[in-house]
Design a protein around this ligand. Structure first.
Ligand SMILES: [Fe+2]
Ligand SMILES: [Fe+2]
Length: 178
């Protein structure tokens, strides 16, 4: 039965598994960001909370994008089970540090799939994943800039309040002039 299903897709088993792992990773990222949103809200950092709510939505969109790709390619997308979501964080700063670490891990995972896709000559998957390569470049850049706010502004006095004000202003890297 499995072989008959396989004949309907040019996705290799390895790529399909890696993509399904990525579905899970994006779903987990979404849940962790949701948890971060609640944590920031409890601390009274409303902008940061709002920001993490939006991030949670974005990660869910990433999850769906890959899920649909697997389905459209004739593969079998696996609905992810997400467990072990932290409900508490070390500190306001710790949240942003974890967010950066999480994005770096996602970048590594995406890069691995792209490498395998090229190795297997699966250009459709390699091409599809280019969007994620670009997205991760932005995500890492902006996550790093947010962590840097803690150094630039400092946490003393109204520092954390100021950091919370700045969080929504961090945009993607400037496009090089053409
Ligand atoms: Fe993502
Ligand atoms: Fe992300």
């Amino acid at each position: 039965m499995k072989d008959i299903i396989r004949m309907k897709t040019s996705l290799s088993e390895e790529i399909e598994t890696m993509l399904n792992n990525q579905v899970k990773m994006e779903a987990k990222s979404s849940s962790i960001y949701l948890s971060m949103a609640a944590y920031c809200d409890q601390l009274g950092f409303e902008n940061s909370s709002e920001f993490f709510f939006k991030q949670a939505d974005e990660e869910r969109q990433h999850m769906l994008k890959i899920f649909r790709y697997i389905a459209d390619a004739g593969g079998t997308p696996v609905t992810p089970e997400v467990t072990d979501i932290p409900q508490e964080f070390e500190s306001f700063k710790g949240v942003f540090e974890s967010a950066l670490e999480q994005e770096i891990e996602v970048t590594k995972a995406i890069n691995k799939i792209v490498s395998v896709a090229y190795k297997e000559g699966d250009h459709a998957s390699a091409n599809f994943l280019q969007w994620f390569v670009r997205e991760q470049q932005e995500e890492e850049f902006t996550a790093r800039k947010r962590v840097e706010l803690f150094e630039v502004i400092g946490e003393d006095g109204v520092g954390r309040y100021m950091i919370d004000q700045k969080v929504p202003d961090i945009g993607p890297p400037a496009e090089p002039a053409m």
